[in-house]
Write a protein that binds this ligand. Structure first.
Ligand code: HEC
Length: 179
């Protein structure tokens, strides 16, 4: 999901695809030819859009377990309440369940490695059978935890991360043009 992510996160992901730190059969070739300015412009454009809930369907019986797992793993420490995102920590709320589950599995198995180890470290503590619950609780409307909302606060907050834990160099921020 792109709408509502911070421009910084979108820019970093495009750059990671372009420079092969993140790989995907569709995205990698698309990003390969983008200039730095293209990536700034795309990031600003999508960051300015309002996220829409994808209405994923999931197993409601996993909601309670999902909340337990997510609370224990302190997901909100980095992603903020309802996983609305900040800086280079993405918004997870309102993404599709299938996408979130794939990302969690990919981080865990180190298929996706552009997280500077943050997600891999978190997921090491979560057994595979709990990944579905942990991911679902933030993107399936019936499972929603408090604070996760398509109309939630704009997540374009540029706050300091806990303990400055994120080692990514922060690229200069392009001005976000309002249309
Ligand atoms: C220590 C901080 C931290 C914690 C705790 C954390 N995350 Fe993350 N997460 C990140 C960062 C940083 C990224 C972005 C990595 C990148 O740049 O690709 C990320 C990425 C993700 C993504 C990929 C999103 C996308 O749009 O591709 C998902 C899904 C996710 N996290 C879910 C979770 C869940 C669920 C939990 C709790 C079980 C959690 N995270 C806990 C830091 C954290």
């Amino acid at each position: 999901m792109l709408a509502g992510q911070t421009s910084r996160y979108i820019y970093l992901q495009l750059k990671d695809f372009k420079e092969s730190r993140r790989k995907d059969p569709l995205m990698s070739p698309m990003a390969a030819n983008l200039s730095k300015k293209d990536m700034f412009d795309l990031a600003a454009y999508y960051a300015a859009q309002k996220p829409i809930n994808q209405n994923s369907k999931g197993d409601v019986s996993k909601a309670a377990r999902g909340k337990q797992v997510a609370d224990a793993a302190l997901c909100t420490m980095c992603h903020l309440g309802g996983l609305s995102g900040q800086n280079e920590v993405p918004r997870v709320a309102d993404s599709t369940y299938e996408y979130v589950l794939k990302q969690l599995k990919d981080f865990k198995t180190k298929t996706r490695t552009n997280d500077a180890g943050n997600m891999t470290a978190v997921l090491r503590t979560i057994p595979d059978e709990d990944l579905e619950s942990a991911g679902g609780v933030y993107c399936i409307p019936e499972l929603k935890v408090q604070g996760s909302s398509a109309e939630g606060p704009s997540n374009n907050k540029e706050q300091k991360l806990p303990n400055d834990m994120h080692p990514f160099p922060i690229p200069p921020q392009p001005p976000i043009s309002k249309e």
